[in-house]
Design a protein around this ligand. Structure first.
Ligand code: C2E
Ligand code: CA
Ligand code: CA
Ligand code: CA
Length: 277
């Protein structure tokens, strides 16, 4: 019995070591990823329910690494959020996406751009001035830029959030609450934030497909109407889900039913094909 205990102790220790090692090598690889140009931006269209046309795109980062392949954001955003590299990476995402989408605006496509922002980015002191600087530098129209933050980001320091969002609103930048319904935001605070959009979390849309009811979706749509906010449903995968949302006047949808997040060249083809319809 004592031998068994010793063995399991050793095993535990080795596992700890290899986890720590993995983490260090991940952070090291991430440290050079920006300068090596390993980050790539994918875009997922937002569809207007009424006309089935593309109203905008959400930019989603991926990391293309020689050894690791195409790494999804869920595997590295938490790491760079913790070690602070998200500030630089976030700025790169914003600048690059503004530049890319601006080239389509210049070709006459009227589309908006949604960018995800993490907690550390949002609470950094110069967040608003960074955005202002990038808008100026890229000549991207502020009214076509939407910043997506989650409820928990907004609620972390509500007074700071209100003042920051007011400044963004002053620039004419739009604010969206991502994953809406999964956080803890009090409805009274919601009214104090200068929001333009709510994004219904994918879990509620998924629930519809599993014969769940749409009570929460209906509630969010009603809330959106009351507060005069645009409502977007994310994670729409089936025609049934689309019809449910369309019947209830959900203004915009996003999901695999319309398109997965795609690289920029494919988006260009998609934009042009939609335009010809
Ligand atoms: P999110 O902002 O909630 O993005 C939606 C996620 O759902 C994306 O995953 C997207 O690929 C996926 N998705 C879209 N439609 C469907 C669908 O119909 N079905 C299913 N099953 N999934 C769908 P992705 O790209 O892996 O991103 C995961 C998360 O990583 C994002 O969640 C966002 O929180 C974060 N993220 C991505 N890019 C950035 C970035 O540039 N900056 C920051 N701070 N976070 C980012
Ligand atoms: Ca998002
Ligand atoms: Ca989301
Ligand atoms: Ca999410």
């Amino acid at each position: 019995a004592s031998e068994l205990r010793t063995n399991s102790y050793c095993f535990y220790n080795e596992e700890m070591n290899s986890k720590a090692y993995e983490r260090i090598s991940l952070e090291n690889a991430l440290r050079t990823a920006l300068t090596k140009g390993e980050f790539v931006l994918f875009y997922q269209p937002k569809i207007l329910s009424e006309t089935d046309t593309i109203s905008g795109v959400e930019v989603l980062i991926r990391w293309r690494n020689e050894e690791r392949g195409l790494v999804p954001p869920g595997e590295f955003i938490p790491v760079v959020e913790e070690n602070g590299m998200i500030i630089e990476i976030g700025e790169w995402v914003l600048r690059t996406a503004c530049k890319q989408v601006k080239t389509w605006l210049d070709q006459g496509f009227e589309i908006s751009l949604s960018v995800n922002v993490s907690s550390r980015q949002f609470y950094e002191n110069c967040f608003v001035s960074r955005i202002e600087g990038i808008l100026l530098e890229t000549q991207f129209p502020a009214s076509l830029l939407t910043i997506e933050i989650t409820e928990s980001i907004a609620m972390k320091d509500i007074n700071h959030a209100i003042s920051c969002l007011e400044q963004l609103k002053g620039l004419n930048v739009q604010i969206s609450i991502d994953d809406f319904g999964t956080g803890y935001s009090s409805l009274s605070y919601l009214n104090q934030l200068p929001l333009s959009e709510l994004k219904i979390d994918r879990s509620f849309i998924e629930n519809l497909a599993n014969n769940g009811n749409g009570a929460i979706i209906d509630m969010i749509l009603a809330l959106g109407r009351t507060l005069n906010l645009n409502v977007v449903a994310e994670g729409v995968e089936t025609i049934e889900q689309k019809l449910y949302l369309k019947e209830r006047n959900c203004r915009e949808m996003q999901g695999f039913l319309f398109s997965k997040p795609i690289p920029i060249n494919e988006l260009e083809i998609l934009l042009k094909s939609f335009d010809r319809k």
